[in-house]
Design a protein around this ligand. Structure first.
Ligand code: SF4
Length: 240
């Protein structure tokens, strides 16, 4: 464990991603790849980690929340072709969008795309596209760089090779579980953030020392027990 951040309870995990990266970079410990769960990443955080710290933020992006995607049927966002140069979207029936304009949702910038009302009303696959009785289909797109990150990540995370690469995250979860069960991480022994942070730092140190001990005492694979210095040298010289 190379970083400890302590916050009050209502702070969401994802609000810490940037702070963690800035702290790690300031101490020369920024990783090439940071494997996180869904709470820690978004297209904007993937972009920032890459642009500012050259960190690959690896994790699953939240699924498309549209009714079509949630139901697993009908036309979700991925069924539409986006022509960014012409600022037009083409629907699965081949119809171009009618309008393209800015939209704000919960303080974030989006692009709202609307299709033609008359065309959508008589569309034979309308029920696969929108639940509205009267209104045309509309899309809310992230700005282009973020949309492309979102689309690429969602496609990759469905792939077995990506899932095998992401499996290493289980090690982070087991570390958290170990600290919760063995070292009481979920309960603070003190009042106030400063003392609680100290407890967290000491917990991390205890975890590191315990793991170092386990590593040094690991049963050697050869019949002749290797010296600890030899084992350490082998570990340091092993290709990463
Ligand atoms: S409802 Fe409208 S946007 Fe959807 S497929 Fe039909 S014409 Fe295209």
């Amino acid at each position: 464990m190379v970083h400890v951040a302590t916050t009050i309870a209502p702070v969401q995990d994802g609000q810490l991603t940037e702070l963690i990266h800035d702290d790690l970079a300031a101490t020369g410990l920024a990783p090439a790849e940071h494997v996180v769960d869904a709470a820690y990443l978004s297209p904007a955080r993937i972009q920032r980690a890459d642009q500012i710290h050259n960190i690959t933020l690896l994790g699953p992006i939240a699924p498309d929340p549209s009714a079509q995607a949630m139901a697993g049927s009908g036309f979700d966002k991925s069924a539409f072709v986006i022509d960014w140069e012409r600022q037009v979207a083409i629907c699965p029936r081949g119809s171009p969008s009618r309008s393209w304009g800015p939209l704000r949702i919960k303080g974030h910038d989006y692009i709202q795309v609307r299709f033609d009302t008359a065309t959508c009303r008589v569309c034979p696959v309308r029920t696969s596209c929108t639940a509205s009785a009267e209104r045309p289909r509309a899309l809310a797109l992230l700005p282009r760089p973020l949309h492309e990150i979102q689309t690429r990540n969602r496609a990759e995370q469905a792939d077995q090779a990506w899932q095998a690469r992401y499996a290493i995250r289980a090690g982070c979860e087991s570390t958290i579980s170990e600290n919760v069960r063995v070292r009481g991480l979920r309960r603070t022994r003190y009042r106030g953030l400063a003392k609680t942070h100290l407890q967290h730092v000491l917990t991390a140190m205890a975890c590191n020392l315990a793991r170092l001990g386990d590593w040094l005492n690991a049963t050697p694979k050869t019949r002749r027990r290797a010296s600890r210095f030899h084992t350490l040298c082998q570990a340091l010289l092993a290709p990463t």
